[in-house]
Design a protein around this ligand. Structure first.
Ligand code: ASP
Length: 601
């Protein structure tokens, strides 16, 4: 058997078609499946591009047939042979190469494969920890390949857009100093400076601002960020952001650039989104949807009915209004008939489990009004105000919550989403991209008992609210903006403070005294005093964007080597214990570190 020159003239399986019939080709890849049928051996050959059918016939080529009979799943082979048309009755219309097949003249077995821990075709049903342990096998599945092809295309489209718009890609350090994005830092001990630690960047925030001060004007980076948080389903300790910063700009310019590259990214998944995305203020959005990341693919906006509560004799409502709370409602269109008592009971329970007092309901059914009991306590006039203010029509169901403000709005926002999902009200064919801006600059953190920055402390206050900084800081609006897709926050950014004095003032409002500010951010304060241009930027989570565009439920599906919920890499078994020698070099006393005797699951 002669050695095929498979490496040099190799064709990819998916490039073969009917027009290659009669052409001799070299192919190399993995045995997806082998089937012995009617004296012939069929092998589905898979490479990075796709699959093609190989056939061995003992009457045509005994050597090839013999090798084929020994092949098992995931063996690695190279073949050379002529492309032929399949007999009409064996054409597979579901496969892109389903009209052709190859009877190889030669075959080389390049490697064998141990029995698989799971079948590659059934990857999704396989336990995820098994998939992560054998990630190299999991990633062989064509579905996973597709995710990374899409991820690559998206990253390229973003780079192309930003390159064409005069952005420079600049790398910032991984071994750095803590940046306050509100999460815990990962620390790395410094061998050369015993007792000192680097922090892994939670974001390139301070470096990108510094680059603006250095006059680069437009920076971007597809940047790895590290945050030591308790992991939720859509979080990873290290993740990737599309991070950018621009000088001499306002909010609108950053939004326009972001819309530009984001629509280019969506186009990679065949999704065409119109620009500009609608823009809303936080106040507007929160009042209507009870969240700062509304899913606008369905209606059911929250309505304020406090005017009814504050005059009615119904104690449950009146007492809340008298205490400064609010009565709010959402209206389920055509819900008066089809919705069972069991369902409204479950919504009432949900509201309670989220910390609310409860939920009342009124069904404006054709045959007459039914309710959870409130119609007995409200006058006819008040009931008709409930109907009007909640924009209910005959046949609709109104759900009411009376509670403290803003809790009442948050509760109804959550209820709205729950009902939207339960009743299938979300139009999944829609792509709803929007901007939310003018968030509050500060919020009170009850745990720390102080004001904290809602975005981060480098965000500029709204110029109209500067006068409130000292007297009513909680009322100051931030020049910050979030971009939201189908109810998911893709990322956020802001116009930054470029004035040293203002930056120092903001630090002091959030309880960072002069000494600490100097120690932590001295370089930034000095840089701001050295002729800092007005600047602003944004960062969007790339993993999340790819996940949504690939139609996946978890970002682990679009990260090649993700970590588990407990931050472990099951394939490499990181994190792992350090050797006594490593620790002594780092001047860390053995035993003072937490030992992971058993690999973390
Ligand atoms: N650094 C911010 C973040 O990571 C984004 C920004 O303000 O540009 O969320």
């Amino acid at each position: 058997m002669s050695e095929p020159t498979w490496g040099r003239n190799r064709r990819f399986c998916s490039t073969l078609s009917g027009s290659d019939v009669g052409v001799a080709v070299d192919l190399a890849g993995w045995v997806q499946v082998r089937r012995d049928l009617g004296g012939l051996v069929f092998v589905e050959l898979r490479d990075s591009s796709g699959r093609v059918q190989l056939v061995a016939d003992p009457n045509k080529n005994k050597d090839v047939f013999e090798v084929f009979t020994s092949l098992k799943s995931e063996y690695v082979i190279a073949v050379r042979g002529e492309v032929s048309e399949r007999p009409a009755n064996t054409v597979n219309p579901n496969s892109p190469t389903g009209a052709i097949e190859i009877y190889p003249d030669t075959v080389s077995l390049l490697n064998t494969a141990a029995p698989l821990p799971f079948q590659l075709d059934s990857g999704q049903q396989v336990d995820e920890s098994l998939r992560l342990k054998y990630r190299y096998l999991d990633l062989r599945r064509s579905e996973m390949h597709d995710h990374f092809v899409l991820r690559h295309k998206i990253a390229q489209a973003i780079r192309n857009y930003l390159n064409e718009n005069s952005f420079l890609e600049i790398e910032t350090p991984i071994l750095t100093k803590a940046t306050p994005e509100g999460a815990r830092d990962f620390l790395v001990p410094s061998r050369l400076n015993p007792g000192s630690w680097y922090a892994l960047p939670q974001s390139p925030q301070l470096f990108k601002q510094t680059l603006m001060i250095s006059g680069f004007d437009r920076y971007y980076q597809i940047a790895r960020c590290f945050r030591d948080e308790d992991l939720r389903a859509d979080r990873q300790p290290e993740f990737t952001q599309v991070d950018l910063e621009m000088s001499f700009v306002d909010e609108e310019q950053i939004m326009q650039v972001t819309e530009g590259w984001l629509t280019a990214a969506f186009a990679c998944a065949g999704i065409d989104v119109p620009r500009p995305f609608p823009r809303y203020t936080y106040k507007h959005i929160f009042e209507r949807y009870g969240t700062d990341k509304p899913d606008m693919r369905f209606g059911m906006e929250i309505k304020d009915l406090t005017s009814v509560a504050s005059v009615c004799q119904f104690k449950m409502f009146r007492s809340v209004a008298d205490a400064g709370g609010k009565l709010k409602a959402i209206c389920v269109k055509d819900g008066a008939q089809g919705i069972s008592r069991k369902q409204t009971d479950s919504w009432q329970e949900a509201v309670k489990s989220w910390g609310g007092k409860g939920m009342a309901w009124v069904a404006f059914a054709q045959g007459g009004v039914r309710s959870s009991g409130i119609d007995k306590h409200l006058s006819e006039e008040e009931m008709s105000s409930v109907k009007d203010l909640s924009t209910a029509k005959e046949g609709d169901l109104v759900l009411l919550v009376a509670d403290k403000d803003p809790l009442v709005t948050v509760l109804l926002g959550r209820l709205r989403l729950k009902i939207g999902e339960e009743l299938d009200l979300i139009d999944t064919s829609k792509h709803s991209l929007l901007w939310v801006s003018e968030f509050p600059l500060f919020e009170f953190d009850p745990e720390e008992e102080r004001l904290v920055a809602v975005h981060h402390p480098f965000t500029a206050p709204h110029s109209q609210d500067l006068g409130l900084l000292k007297s009513k800081p909680e009322q100051v609006r931030a020049r910050a903006y979030d971009v939201v897709y189908n109810g998911v926050e893709l990322g956020s950014g802001s116009i930054r403070i470029h004035d040293q004095n203002l930056q120092s003032e903001v630090f002091s409002i959030i309880g960072i005294d002069k000494e600490t500010a100097k120690q932590k951010f001295g370089f930034l304060l000095d840089a701001l005093a050295s002729g800092a241009p007005p600047h602003g930027g944004i960062a969007l989570g790339l993993d999340r964007i790819v996940m949504l565009l690939a139609g996946c439920k978890s970002i682990r599906e679009v990260i090649a080597f993700p970590k588990t919920q407990s931050g472990a890499c099951l394939m490499t078994e990181a994190p792992s214990a350090a050797s006594p020698q490593q620790l002594s070099e780092l001047k860390i006393k053995p035993g003072s570190e937490a030992k992971a005797a058993v690999p973390l699951q």
